[in-house]
Design a protein around this ligand. Structure first.
Ligand code: GDP
Length: 360
């Protein structure tokens, strides 16, 4: 069967991004804003809605970010945002030995500052050693704010009165102070030289889109600079992923929404999936992606695809998935002995069990 991926066998995949933070600080709104901006900037189809994730390609990031991003400076293909925000999904979603997300955005409401779930999220990010940046959200709520929709932060900052600017500065420095209380050296992102040593704080508004160009630029830059090697994958190799969610789907039975972070999965592959008891060995019946909205009439919400490559979100329909678990590994067998792959999945499941115990 043909592989629809036209990239070189050894390629760079998109980094997987998770959004964390205290309830109501704006995680969902920020994801919606990024998706919305990407749809406006892109020709139809340029931003792809995956199962459980949204892919924002580099050319869209560069048109949102304007002068901030020169696409020639990057060879990573873009960013893949996991659609379910929050640290519950972050801790459940793991890949070999670590977090499924390669990079994270910690959202903090500028007015509300650090809250219990902000601290919890920080602990999780530290423990999993996930690089992250802080989005200081809701800057538009600073009294007297003069909004310029979708503008980069420096531009909008210049157009505020002195009083508004110093109000914002005060809130931002409070957040930087809170981070320092947690032993993290942080600063406004444009002052950060080394994002591995210092946490960059990006002022944004998920409502007006201000600072979103900066946020995407910093995420892209950080990934390119510090994560490029980890993003090198064998695109055509046997797929490896993590179950996001186990779902009944009319006409397809039990399906697993999966984030694929390595290799390819084809519609005739045999899979080993982590189950509540033993690893499940099953044959793919269909690979499903959301159908573009315009095409949904009486047809299924999903369309079948022959194969997909990392990083991507995909719904897999296959027999015997009732015992599959969110957070469990998924591995394509392909040309390897089945027992080896079953052993790998068992070992990964054992790791997850140990970590869950440690977290109490
Ligand atoms: P989540 O619980 O972290 O996902 O937070 P939501 O995205 O649901 O946002 C909580 C509330 O804050 C909603 O009423 C949003 O409309 C509002 N909100 C989120 N971001 C902003 C922002 O940048 N500015 C303003 N003014 N409101 C925001």
């Amino acid at each position: 069967m043909s592989n629809t991926d036209t990239r070189d066998p050894t390629s760079l995949r998109t980094p997987i991004v998770a959004v964390l933070g205290h309830v109501d600080h704006g995680k969902t709104s920020l994801l919606d804003k990024i998706r919305g901006s990407a749809v406006i900037e892109g020709e139809a189809g340029a931003i792809t809605q995956h199962i459980g994730a949204t892919a924002v390609p580099l050319d869209i990031i560069s048109s949102i970010a304007g002068d901030l991003v020169d696409p020639d400076d990057f060879d990573l293909p873009g960013l893949l945002f996991i659609d379910t925000p929050g640290h519950h999904s972050f801790t459940t979603l793991r890949s070999r030995g670590g977090a499924l997300a390669d990079i994270a955005i910690l959202v903090v409401d500028v007015n509300d500052g650090f809250q219990p779930q902000t601290l919890e999220a920080l602990e999780i990010l530290k423990r999993s050693q996930t690089p992250f940046i802080v989005a200081a959200n809701k800057i538009d709520t600073v009294p007297g704010w003069n909004a310029t929709e979708d503008a980069p932060i420096t531009e909008t900052y210049e157009s505020q009165s002195d009083r508004v600017r110093s109000r914002l500065d005060e809130s931002l420095y409070e957040i930087i102070g809170n981070l320092s209380d947690e032993d993290l050296s942080a600063d406004l992102y444009w002052r950060v030289q080394n994002f591995q040593r210092n946490v960059g704080v990006v002022p944004v508004s998920a409502m007006t889109g201000e600072g979103v160009p900066d946020l995407l630029t910093v995420m892209m830059g950080l990934s390119q600079r510090y994560m490029k090697e980890e993003m090198e994958i064998d695109v055509t190799g046997p797929g490896v992923g993590t179950v996001l969610e186990v779902k009944e789907e009319k006409g397809f039975g039990t399906t697993i929404d999966t984030v694929l972070y390595d290799g390819t999965i084809r519609d005739d592959d045999t899979l080993v999936v982590g189950g509540q008891n033993d690893p499940i060995v099953t044959d793919v019946r269909a690979l499903l992606q959301p159908r573009p909205l315009a095409e949904i009439r009486t047809e299924s919400r999903f369309e079948k695809v022959e194969s997909v490559s990392a990083a991507t979100g995909i719904k897999v329909a296959a027999p015997d998935l009732a015992d599959a678990m969110a957070g469990a590994p998924v591995r394509v067998v392909r040309d390897r002995p089945l027992e080896d792959v079953v052993d790998e999945v068992e070992a990964e499941l054992a790791d997850i069990a140990v970590d869950t115990d440690e977290q109490g």
